[in-house]
Design a protein around this ligand. Structure first.
Ligand SMILES: Nc1ncnc2c1ncn2[C@@H]1O[C@H](COP(=O)(O)OP(=O)(O)OP(=O)(O)O)[C@@H](O)[C@H]1O
Ligand SMILES: [Mg+2]
Length: 295
């Protein structure tokens, strides 16, 4: 942490507050790998595009680049299915900087992030997908977020990164590594007199079968929510459709227009409702207004 602060001071020249960014910045983050960040990011991006917003996206996961692969797959499908009129965000990848000096590499990555934000500055929303690990540029991105969305699998293993939980009472004993990191970004935002960051946790891959685990996670999550100040959004069920969509670059929204690729099954219809409820629960007035008009 000390090193981070030292480095951060050196980044003063790069502060985002020097840019004119009117967009809302949404960071999808959780240091836990495989909890559904990229899947959530893609679905939120397409939801916002469908509502008529201008959306830019940034892939900070320089190693896997799953969001970029997802969007590439969508471009291929769009070029074959012209009638489907698939909406695509303005997308930028932040590549890993290969500078041998790690401090310089981190600075270059932050500088690339700021360039990307500047390029996307006239978008309504900028969504940033982050890696399932702690990187410097990901921390900086979190400090720029108006909203952080954290998907978690419905498991105490995932919850541990948010808060360590007592097995007896399900109370939180101490902050987990991710909430501690986020707390630092909140403090930093406050010191720079930036608007307060909203933190939203969304449960992912909810199982219909393990009712006891599901209830216990809910109890613990509500206690963590009160302690760490995040909101819990309605979650997504564990559905095989999410795995199938990636190859075509499609989302649940595209089921009606591309019926030959996505069958509008009861599971897809239920998942679409979950997605609508999630977007609604973000509590962003201009989104809610458009959702109401679209209903
Ligand atoms: N609700 C869901 N139901 C079923 N499968 C899901 C669901 N959400 C995500 N998945 C699957 O779980 C896996 C991990 O999802 P995803 O890549 O979105 O997670 P991630 O947090 O971005 O991972 P990483 O930390 O590696 O970047 C993928 O195979 C994805 O298709
Ligand atoms: Mg990912």
């Amino acid at each position: 942490l000390k090193r981070y602060y030292r480095d951060y001071k050196n980044y003063k020249d790069y502060k985002v507050k020097d840019m004119i960014i009117n967009s809302r910045i949404i960071v999808i983050g959780n240091e836990k790998g495989g909890c559904g960040k990229t899947t959530t990011a893609m679905h939120l991006i397409i939801s916002l595009l469908k509502l008529g917003f201008k959306v830019g996206s940034i892939d900070l996961d320089s190693r896997q680049q799953s969001l970029s692969r997802y969007i590439d797959n969508r471009k291929i499908t769009a070029s074959k299915e012209l009638d489907a009129n698939l909406l695509i965000p303005e997308h930028i990848i932040i590549n890993k900087n290969e500078n041998k000096n790690s401090i310089d590499a981190e600075k270059e990555e932050v500088s690339s992030l700021i360039d990307a934000l500047t390029k996307l500055a006239d978008m309504d929303f900028i969504l940033i997908d982050t890696p399932g690990s702690d990187t410097h540029v990901s921390r900086v991105a979190h400090s720029y977020a108006d909203i952080v969305i954290t998907p978690i699998n419905d498991s105490f293993v995932d919850l541990d990164l948010i808060g360590q939980i007592s097995a007896e009472t399900l109370d939180s004993i101490r902050p987990g590594i991710y909430s501690a990191m986020l707390w630092e970004q909140k403090v930093k935002r406050a010191s720079e007199k930036k608007k307060e960051m909203t933190w939203i946790v969304v449960r992912n891959r909810l199982s219909m079968l393990d009712a006891i685990n599901r209830r216990n996670v809910e109890v613990a999550l509500n206690k963590l929510s009160a302690r760490f100040g995040f909101k819990v959004a309605p979650g997504f069920g564990d559905r095989v459709i999410f795995k199938e969509l990636f190859l075509h670059g499609l989302t649940l929204h595209d089921a009606s227009t591309l019926a030959k690729k996505i069958r509008l099954s009861p599971s897809v219809i239920a998942a679409r409702q979950e997605l609508r409820d999630f977007v609604n629960a973000l509590g962003i007035p201009e989104i809610n207004e458009k959702l109401k008009n679209a209903a």
